[in-house]
Every structure is written in C-alpha cells, then in structure tokens.
Design a protein around this ligand. Structure first.
Ligand code: ZN
Ligand code: ZN
Length: 134
C-alpha cells in the first residue's frame, strides 16, 4: 500500500502527522494539528510538514482565508473535492460520484484543449454556507 511505503521512511513524528491526517475528513489547520499532537512544538510541526510536502505525502490546501490547511496528497487519500464555507472558512472533503467525475473530466478536457492545454487533473471547490453559519 502506498501509505505504508510513504510512511515507512519517516520518523515517528511524521508517521503520527500522517495518521492524524488520514483519520480526518477535513483538511487540518496548524491549530488543529497542534491540538491533536499536543506534545509537538509548533516549529517542529512546521518543519515536518515541509518534509512531508516535499515528499508528496501532504499538500497545503489553498483557502480563501489566510489559514493554510494540510491534508494527505491525492496519491494517498484518493481524488476528492472540498466543500468550503464562505463565512467561517471551514472545509469538508467530498467524494464526487465517479459518473459525475467522468462527465466533469470530459468537459474540462475539452475546455482545456480548446485553449491549447493538455489537462492533467482538476481541482474544484464547492463554496457555500455551512450548517453552523446558516
Ligand atoms: Zn461556516
Ligand atoms: Zn474531481
């Protein structure tokens, strides 16, 4: 399994970061990670996240706010999208049914091609207002 391969090379701390991420259904902020790994100093968390990012294990999710969020790369977590709350900035992973993904991909491939691009993959956020903020 990819996850095993990717984590075997890492220290116990990196393994626990990966474990926390794999158990979460949302991309995590630094604050979330620190709460789940209370013994880890912030500087050490940043350093290890950078290593995991460089190794292609973790990715920084771009958000509209200033808080960066981290999650496992799609190579490990599988392809998915995010629901984003425009009020509080909360995020949730969503898996789109494969029939919808197929149609999305077909349309996006055609669109990219008409602009002279060879499409590699897509990223798509669904923005709205979450239950708590409604
Ligand atoms: Zn919200
Ligand atoms: Zn997709």
């Amino acid at each position: 399994m990819l996850m095993k391969q990717a984590t075997q090379r890492y220290t116990a701390l990196r393994r626990s970061i990966v474990e926390v991420m794999s158990k979460s259904s949302t991309p995590l902020t630094i604050g979330d990670l620190l709460r789940k790994l209370p013994k880890v100093p912030q500087s050490s968390l940043y350093r290890n996240l950078a290593v995991l990012e460089q190794a292609g294990v973790a990715v920084r999710v771009k958000t509209s706010g200033d808080t960066g969020r981290y999650e496992l790369s799609e190579r490990l977590a599988g392809h998915h999208h995010h629901l984003v709350c425009s009020r509080c900035g909360s995020m949730k992973d969503i898996v789109v049914p494969s029939s919808v993904e197929k149609r999305l991909d077909d349309s996006l491939h055609a669109l990219a091609k008409s602009e002279g691009y060879v499409m590699q993959h897509h990223r798509l956020d669904v923005v709205g207002v979450c239950k708590k903020c409604r």
